[in-house]
Design a protein around this ligand. Sequence first.
Ligand code: IMP
Ligand code: MG
Length: 336
Amino acid sequence: MSCTIIVGGFFGDEGKGKVVAHIAYQDHPTIISRGGVGPNAGHTVKVGEKEYGVRMVPSGFVYPEARLFIGTGVLVDPRIFHQEIDFLGVGDRTFIDYRCAIIEEEHIARDRSNEHLAKTIGSTGSGCGPANADRVLRIARQAKDFPELVPFLIDVPAEINAAISGGENVLLEGTQGFGISLYYGTYPFVTSKDTSASQIAADNGVGPTKIDEVIVVFKAYPTRVGEGPFSTEMPREESDRLGIQEFGTVTHRQRRIGEWDGQMAKYSAMINGCTQAAITGIDRVDEKCFGVTEFDRLTKKARDFLKKAEADIGAPITLISTGPDVSQIIDLRDEQ
Ligand code: IMP
Ligand code: MG
């Protein structure tokens, strides 16, 4: 029984949502709680024929037995929250910490009209930067100030810590990725908060001594959406030749594609305190690996890639995703 954090190791969109969903089905957590910035994040989860893009509700929602929390550190946009719980039908098991700061229309307007944020940084325009600024200035309103949110309010840290003490499994999901951390990323081309595992613990009010595993998710070909340095970026013709094209879940902007970055993986694993790694998109390293669910059926090319990646990361790769569906994954955690 344990508390596990799942975070992105590169620039976001590593496929954390899918990894969270898989782990949830396997480990039966009673709580899945979100840390991270706010609705600037978009998680895509594909189950069978259905594909969902979520921005407020934890991506572990596909696992029906867990309560879903939004941690204290997260910014809540009530409009998006209501749309998602209605659409997904999860209103009876989704809860918000009463201290979450709220994104108001005016934050969104400021995010979109501010030349620096909208143009230079390439923000998602979801109001997160201005809302976090107001939170720091201590003029933001909190979830408890909004009557329509009252039915959803709880003390997230109290609930999570009680579950951990009771021997239950808890998943804490991060959003964004290491490379856009306010502290450790490519400042100023970053989001408005740290995105590392320590921040995700803090967002949920879980002390460092209570965390058992930190799973860092890396994608074989990293991507970046928005502006900023990307040392292993490929020319568009190269990624097109490889057949890789991706679009953002929130902004629908085309994502920039890069080669595996071993140095970044190593640094990211260090700061996140990575105990295990997940690699997504191994079917892009060798398309023959698409949908494979057993390690022994991976090709030599894929295995060589994983060996190198594992050496860079310095922690065992225990989860290998071979396609977008939740079922397309190799899980080696039992072999640890
Ligand atoms: P903001 O967080 O909306 O202020 O955007 C700041 C930068 O972070 C921009 O380059 C965004 O594209 C990027 N960003 C924010 N959230 C995500 C995410 O969830 N995935 C990928 N990039 C993100
Ligand atoms: Mg995303």
